[in-house]
Design a binder for this molecule. Structure first.
Ligand code: CP
Length: 314
């Protein structure tokens, strides 16, 4: 993986996913130490190039890089020469000329990280592009399920909500299928992708039917910024039919866990009470985001030939 771009889960083999999960497990241990820092990426530079707002992804990439001793630069579009009409590709190539070891890109338009990756020497990590892909979110979700359940193979994972606009759903569908889980999709008919059955998954318009036998319930955010039409009668109606609370969760397995990539619309996708308590693992997903992004930086930007093996991380 070293020196490669990470643009979509589809570009990774199952063995790659397993290696990332295993590396993230080692990285998580570093986060339990009194001094949460190792010298593994000392002398490396990571640039966060976020053209779209982010709390979890941008901050966790910054913390991940710093825990590995990389120099992390947060590019700020609002105070950059983008404001003087410099284009995105020129901006990216300008930053690349400063010899970073990885560039983390988020953009609201699908395909922008790929365009940038094609133009840059440095490996590009996709931190979310439009409705296309969010590979590191899927990796941290995979890690969270793997840690909670001990395996992913054979589990039933039900993804609920705005599937039409969700890069998280696309990446998770690819990741969980690759690792041997059964993936189900549940949404109002207007929010299911066209020809959904061709994706090799079962699609449901009844939440109750979709939840039956589920080990993992993954809720998606209603993405108001990407909704340019009327996809459901009202937010109240959506919350009543597809919003999860403890009563509806009874249809899933007794030990089912509840996930959400955030940010959460409380009282819409999930009840306030369920969002904050087990079996919700929403904040554990956030915590694991740091470990998984440490693993991604180590494997994709670490120049493995001259970085210590994992056993030497401490
Ligand atoms: N899940 C996610 O991508 O959150 P942010 O937009 O806060 O990074």
């Amino acid at each position: 993986m070293n020196g490669r771009d990470l643009l979509a889960i589809e570009d990774l083999a199952r063995e790659d996913l397993e290696r990332i999960l295993d590396t993230a497990r080692h990285m998580k241990e570093i986060g339990t130490r009194e001094v949460k820092k190792v010298p593994t990426l000392r002398g490396r530079t990571v640039i966060n190039l976020f053209f779209e707002p982010s709390t979890r992804t941008r901050t966790s990439f910054e913390i991940a890089g710093k825990r590995l001793s990389a120099d992390v630069v947060n590019f700020s579009p609002s105070s950059s020469s983008l404001k003087k009409s410099e284009g995105i590709l020129d901006t990216a190539m300008t930053l690349d000329a400063m010899d970073p070891d990885a560039v983390i890109v988020r953009h609201s338009v699908a395909g922008v990280p790929k365009r940038i990756a094609d133009a840059l020497e440095a490996p590009v990590i996709n931190a979310g592009d439009g409705a296309h892909a969010h590979p590191t979110q899927a990796l941290l979700d995979l890690y969270t399920v793997w840690e909670e359940k001990g395996t992913v193979d054979g589990l039933c994972v039900t993804i609920v909500g705005d599937l039409l606009h969700s890069r998280v759903a696309r990446s998770n569908l690819a990741a969980f299928s690759k690792m041997g889980a059964e993936v189900r999709l549940a949404a109002p008919p207007t929010m299911l992708p066209p020809a959904v059955e061709s994706l090799g998954v079962k699609a449901y318009t009844s939440l109750r039917e979709a939840l039956d036998g589920s080990d993992v319930v993954m809720l998606l955010r209603i993405q108001n910024e990407r909704l340019d039409g009327c996809f459901f009668p009202s937010v109240r109606e959506y919350a009543a039919t597809f919003g999860l609370d403890r009563e509806k969760l009874r249809f899933a397995k007794d030990d089912a866990i509840v996930m959400h990539p955030g940010p959460v619309n409380r009282g819409v996708e999930i009840s306030h009470e369920l969002a904050d308590r087990r079996p919700s693992v929403i904040l554990e997903q956030v915590r694991n985001g740091v470990s998984v992004r440490m693993a991604v930086l180590y494997l994709f930007a670490g120049r493995v030939a001259d970085t210590p093996p994992l056993g030497g991380l401490g």
